[in-house]
Design a protein around this ligand. Structure first.
Ligand code: ATP
Ligand code: MG
Ligand code: FE
Length: 344
C-alpha cells in the first residue's frame, strides 16, 4: 500500500509517504519555529494559522519527492491507499487543521482514514534507524509536552509506568534556556553550551530520585536554576553559562537514567528506546548507551532527524493500522489529550 500521513500537533507541519515495506518515499517537515521564537515559545493561535498556510504546499512537496523517489512522473491523492493524521495529543487548534485537511482529502479521494496518537509516532520513530526494532521494550518519551516511561508489551499494547507530575523535560530545557537568554527552542542551545561546561560545577537538585516510583518532577529544577542565576547576578558574580548548562543537563540525565534502570528491572524488557525531541540530546544518548551496555539491554535510538516532530513516524504507525484494518470514521475529531494506554 501507499499511505500519506500528516502531522500538525504542535509547531511543525509535516507530511510523509510510506510504502508497504515501511520505506519512507518522502518525509517533508516545515517548521514554524522562527515565527514562535520571538515570543519565547509556541503561540497556539499562530501555530494554527501557520499550519493552514503550509499544509497544502507540504503535501504537494511530499507527492513530488515521492514521485522522484519512485521515478514516476506524478503522484496524487488517487494513488494512495489511505490517508493518515495525528489526531491526539497536542494543541487542539493545531491538530484540528491536520485532522480536517486529512478527513477532507480522504473523503474526496474516497480512501480510508487513519488516526494516529502522536506519542505512538515518537515510539515508531525508532524503526526508522532500526527496522528490526520490536517489542517488548521500555520507551522513554521525552519531548516538549511529555515525559513518561512506557512498557511496550506489543505494538499497540502500552502501559505507562510513570510520568512527570509537572513540567516535561523539553519544557525544562526551554525554560532554563529562556532564563539564560539562549532563545527558543532551548534544548539544542543548552546541549551545545553544556559540552564546554563542567557537569559537577553546580549541585542542582535531582527531584524524585529516591521516590521509589517512576514519576518525575522537573519544575523544581528549573526554579533552582533561576534562583541560582538571580543570586549570582545579585552578588555581582559573572555566570558561567556552560557550567550552568552542563550542571542542569547532568541533573536531568541522572534522574532519567535512574528511572530507566528501574523500569528495565521492573519489566525485564530486553530493549530500551527513546522518543521525542529531547531524544536528540547527546549527553542523554551517551548515558543510556552506558546504562544499556552495563545491563545487557539492547539500546535503540531514533535518528537525530526523527527525534523532533515529523510525519514519517506517523506514517509508520499508520502502516500497521492499515494492515490491521483499523480505520477511523470521518466523524473522528482532534483531541488535546489522549491516554496512550487506551487502544484506539
Ligand atoms: P510532544 O511530543 O510532547 O507533543 P512537542 O511535539 O512539542 O511535544 P518535540 O517536537 O517532540 O515536542 O520536541 C521538542 C522539544 O525537544 C523542545 O522542548 C526542545 O527544546 C527539545 N529538544 C530538542 N533538541 C534537544 C536537545 N539537543 N537537548 C534537549 N532538548 C532538546
Ligand atoms: Mg516542535
Ligand atoms: Fe512531539
Amino acid at each position: 500500500p501507499l499511505i500519506l500521513a500528516i502531522e500538525s500537533s504542535c509547531d511543525e507541519t509535516a507530511a510523509a509517504l510510506v510504502d508497504g515495506n515501511g520505506a519512507l518515499l518522502a518525509d517533508v517537515v516545515a517548521s514554524q519555529v522562527d515565527f514562535h521564537a520571538r515570543f519565547g515559545g509556541v503561540v497556539p493561535e499562530i501555530a494554527s494559522r501557520k499550519h493552514i498556510e503550509a499544509i497544502c504546499g507540504v503535501c504537494d512537496e511530499c507527492f513530488d519527492v515521492a514521485a522522484t523517489t519512485l521515478a514516476v512522473p506524478k503522484l496524487t491523492w488517487e494513488d494512495l491507499d489511505a490517508v493518515a493524521v495525528t489526531y491526539a495529543p497536542g494543541l487542539v487548534g493545531a491538530l484540528v487543521v491536520g485532522v480536517a485537511f486529512a478527513k477532507g482529502a480522504a473523503w474526496a479521494a474516497d480512501k480510508p482514514f487513519i488516526g494516529v496518537h502522536h506519542l505512538e509516532g515518537h515510539l515508531y520513530a525508532n524503526k526508522i534507524g532500526a527496522p528490526d526494532f520490536a517489542p517488548p521494550a521500555v520507551v522513554s518519551l521525552v519531548s516538549g509536552g511529555n515525559t513518561l516511561l512506557v512498557h511496550v508489551k506489543d505494538w499497540g499494547d502500552y502501559e505507562t509506568l510513570g510520568a512527570t507530575i509537572d513540567d516535561a523535560v523539553g519544557e525544562a530545557f526551554d525554560k532554563v534556556a529562556k532564563a539564560l537568554g539562549l532563545g527558543y527552542p532551548g534544548g539544542p542551545a543548552i546541549s551545545r553550551h553544556a559540552k564546554e561546561g563542567d557537569p559537577d560545577a553546580i549541585a542542582f537538585p535531582r527531584a524524585m530520585m529516591h521516590s521509589g516510583d517512576l514519576r518525575f518532577s522537573l519544575s523544581g529544577l528549573k526554579t533552582a536554576v533561576v534562583t541560582y542565576l538571580n543570586n549570582e547576578r545579585a552578588a555581582g558574580r559573572e555566570v558561567d553559562v556552560a557550567d550552568v548548562c552542563a550542571s542542569f543537563q547532568q541533573a536531568v540525565v541522572d534522574v532519567q537514567v535512574k528511572k530507566a534502570r528501574m523500569a528495565l528491572e521492573q519489566t525485564g524488557a530486553p530493549t530500551f528506546c527513546l522518543g521525542g525531541g529531547v531524544a536528540a540530546n547527546p549527553a542523554l544518548r551517551d548515558a543510556y548507551q552506558a546504562l544499556c551496555e552495563q545491563m545487557g539491554v539492547r539500546l535503540v535510538l531514533p535518528p537525530f532527524s526523527a527525534c523532533g516532530d515529523n510525519a514519517g513516524m506517523i506514517a509508520l504507525v499508520a502502516l500497521d493500522r492499515y494492515r490491521q484494518g483499523r480505520f477511523f470514521g470521518l466523524d473522528a475529531d482532534a483531541q488535546a489529550h489522549a491516554n496512550l494506554d487506551e487502544p484506539y
